[in-house]
Design a protein around this ligand. Structure first.
Ligand SMILES: [Zn+2]
Length: 269
């Protein structure tokens, strides 16, 4: 694999000793992931797998300063994102502004399964507006969640209406959208401002039409990702190698699309 990559989503859980969570029934090897303490150690590990830059989601407040320091040191290699709880309303909006200004956060991570409300619900609206105002991306899960919560709220079709109301928003679906692959593809085709972070589902389980979409009409929409520690970089790259993505889509898929979606001048070398 020669094309260097941006990992479009990593969770700050790699900073934690205990990486077992609500998805360990799906990913039996999660408990063996090593803790990564140091930003150079992280970049080395990425580098060994041909990954030159990454988006890191701050999953807990205690990791905000680590991610922000890493970003300050390597602004073109590490881009901070943050998990958002829309149920906290105005308090959470204020936190978003604070994290954006203080920690350099450039993406809001919102997993609808946690709140059991679909992306069209009014609870999310202020966050779409704020992301447009700050000119930062919103990344939201699409597809059956790993954790055992009801999945219907993550049907990709809901993002169709969000994109209609917010054409200025850079909206990133994550987690591949299964089992609603057709809905994901249609929604991605319908709007210029929606992307897919192809993370958290091992490439060997991607449906045929999903891979075909990466290679053809979706070539400017689909982005490499792992949601490490969920999927390891070794596994993602190995399995992607055997998919034999077309030559002309590789730099789009592995880094160019992410640069556009996150509006980020990343350095993948
Ligand atoms: Zn996930």
């Amino acid at each position: 694999m020669s094309v260097r990559a941006i990992d479009s989503l990593i969770n700050s859980h790699f900073l934690d000793k205990n990486q077992e969570g609500t998805t360990s029934y799906l990913f039996k090897d999660l408990k063996y992931r090593r803790k990564i303490d140091d930003v150079d150690q992280l970049l080395n590990q990425l580098n060994e797998n041909g990954v030159g830059a990454c988006v890191i989601s701050i999953m807990e407040e205690k990791y905000a300063s680590w991610v922000s320091q890493a970003h300050n040191r390597y602004p073109r290699k590490i881009l901070p994102a943050m998990i958002v709880d829309p149920r906290r309303n105005l308090k959470e909006i204020q936190k978003v502004v604070h994290y954006h200004e203080t920690y350099g956060v450039r993406c809001l991570r919102i997993p609808p399964f946690r709140y059991m409300l679909p992306p069209t619900d009014r609870i999310y609206w202020p966050f779409y507006v704020k992301a447009c105002e700050l000119n930062i991306a919103v990344s939201m899960n699409a597809g059956m969640p790993g954790p055992r919560n009801p999945g219907w709220v993550q049907n990709p079709i809901y993002y169709d209406e969000v994109a209609f109301h917010f054409p200025e928003l850079r909206l990133i679906m994550s987690h591949c959208g299964q089992p609603w692959t057709e809905e994901a593809i249609s929604t991605l085709l319908h709007w210029d401002n929606i992307f897919m972070s192809c993370c958290a589902v091992a490439p060997k389980y991607w449906p045929e039409q999903f891979i075909h979409f990466i290679n053809t009409r979706g070539k400017e929409k689909m982005m490499f990702g792992t949601e490490y520690p969920t999927i390891t970089w070794e596994r993602a790259r190995t399995e992607l190698n055997s998919l034999n993505l077309r030559e002309n889509v590789q730099s789009l898929f592995f880094n160019e699309n992410a640069k556009r979606a996150y509006n980020w001048d990343a350095d993948v070398n």
